[in-house]
Ligand binder design. Structure first.
Ligand SMILES: Cc1cc2nc3c(=O)[nH]c(=O)nc-3n(C[C@H](O)[C@H](O)[C@H](O)COP(=O)(O)OP(=O)(O)OC[C@H]3O[C@@H](n4cnc5c(N)ncnc54)[C@H](O)[C@@H]3O)c2cc1C
Length: 430
């Protein structure tokens, strides 16, 4: 390791692999390091990987056995303790190439992506934890692993939500609890034909169901259930500050959620193959660090690039897009022979032109909107009361739908003013 690299990428998740691949493909001498002994070993995605950015990089990537099922059925459910009201969307437009998104399992996906970076010429070293940055005056000039220094013209911090490197470079401070969620996930194995029968799927069709309400027991967050080829991914996402206040444990919540009438028959007979937990940066623009300094850029989760709107959670596509933008910036910096902050500012310009920073600006009100606790108990209860009022046949005279709705509002103590305020805030936020 006496060699000086054009670029060192720390982290081999989607952001690091995208950056390493694009730079190596451009003829740069790239080293990518990950503390995991095997790519993706401890990484999690729920998860739906939205395809567009990856397909631009690797056309028809899904033909290479790196993903599970394409998602052409999306369900959003409001759950109470014993009921679920869902909006179910199935689209033929999502069931043909280029597909909108795929479920992925990180062990398989990360291994494939690391392989792509290696094929392009990047050197990958697993099982090595980067401890610090190497400085030359006020510029980052490489990394340190223990006492060993590894010099490079530029460092890309793709080291995930807890980014040690962004902190060492003073680009950001400690994570704040209300900006971060904890995601827990079980991979539940079931035979392929059982999954297809239970979820009404055939071939490689897949389904993604997101839940809000009782599943997180009043804690800001939600749950998800996704179909893989021969397993289900079931998990919860809970805001850390809220979780601490509640005193609840996600591991208990997921167990209780599995007993819910809307879930238990879907996971019945499954074998838990994996349980994992990981942080998710969900603070949006409020938590984004400064994105570059002399000799270094921050990408993916390390830069807080996860968009959570209550309807979707997108992180992997932001990670890939930001990795590509950082790599393009390094290629330009090499041409200029200038790795100063002024030169690397090009990275932020590229992000401003792409969906990455534009989406965060569009949804800047989403994190605050999602702190509203009425979203997690009152409104799911209200929707369930209305559905029950409409569908129950009990021998009593029928009521018109408007009356059922008024009674549901009264029963759940929802004021018209709160409903109006929250509706307006939601419309502004998302
Ligand atoms: C439960 C859950 C559900 C999710 N669902 C979705 C979803 O449905 N759709 C979606 O798009 N996104 C989803 N996400 C988010 C998505 O997984 C992330 O946004 C994405 O993985 C970020 O990629 P990354 O490369 O920036 O970071 P990561 O994938 O976190 O990779 C960081 C890498 O850096 C390495 N590393 C860290 N520190 C060091 C160090 N000091 N030295 C060496 N290596 C280091 C780690 O080992 C890791 O491999 C979900 C996340 C969770 C937790």
């Amino acid at each position: 390791m006496d060699e000086r690299f054009d670029a060192i990428v720390v982290g081999s998740g989607p952001s690091g692999c995208a950056a390493a691949y694009v730079m190596a493909k451009g003829g740069l001498n790239v080293l990518m390091i990950d503390r995991g002994t095997v790519p993706g070993a401890k990484n999690i995605i729920g998860g739906v990987l939205y395809s567009k950015v990856l397909n631009d990089l690797f056309p028809n990537f899904w033909e290479e056995d790196c993903v599970e099922r394409y998602i052409d059925r999306r369900i959003i459910s409001f759950v109470t303790e014993d009921s679920a009201v869902s909006m179910d969307f199935k689209s033929g437009k999502f069931s043909q190439p280029p597909y909108n998104g795929f479920t992925v399992l990180r062990a398989k996906f990360d291994k494939w992506f690391v392989g792509k970076a290696e094929e392009a010429g990047a050197m990958f070293v697993p099982g090595m934890r980067v401890d610090d940055l190497l400085w030359e005056g006020d510029r980052v000039a490489g990394i340190k692993v223990g006492d060993e220094a590894m010099p490079a013209d530029v460092v890309i911090a793709a080291d995930g939500v807890n980014s040690l490197l962004a902190q060492k470079a003073k680009l950001r401070g400690e994570l704040q609890a209300h900006h971060v969620a904890t995601g827990v996930k079980e991979v539940i194995e079931l035979p392929r034909e059982v999954i297809e029968e239970r979820f009404g799927l055939s071939g490689d069709e897949g389904m993604a169901n997101e839940y809000t309400g009782w599943c997180t027991q009043g804690v800001a967050g939600g749950a998800f259930l996704y179909t893989n080829k021969e397993s289900l991914s079931l998990g919860l996402v809970c805001n850390i500050a809220d979780l601490r206040k509640s005193g609840k444990r996600p591991a208990d919540m997921i167990e209780e959620f599995k007993q819910h009438p809307a879930i238990r028959n879907l996971v019945r007979g499954g074998k838990i193959a994996e349980y994992s937990a990981h942080l998710i940066p969900e603070g949006g623009l409020d938590m984004q660090p400064k994105l570059y300094t002399n000799g270094m850029m921050v990408v993916g989760d390390a830069a807080g690039f996860v968009s959570v709107t209550g309807l979707t959670l997108e992180g992997a596509n932001f990670a890939i897009a930001s990795g590509i933008a950082a790599a393009e910036t390094v290629k330009l910096a090499k041409e200029r022979g200038d790795y100063s902050a002024a030169s690397l500012a090009h990275y932020e310009s590229l992000l401003n032109q792409s969906f990455v920073l534009q989406d965060f600006k569009t949804y800047k009100g989403a994190p605050q909107f999602l702190e509203n606790h009425r979203m997690y108990s009152l409104y799911p209860n209200l929707v369930a009361s209305m559905a029950e009022g409409i569908f129950r046949v009990d021998g009593l005279p029928k009521k018109k739908v408007m009356k059922v709705m008024r009674e549901a509002l009264k029963k759940n103590k929802v004021s018209y003013l709160d409903l109006l305020k929250d509706g307006l805030q939601g419309a502004r936020a998302i």
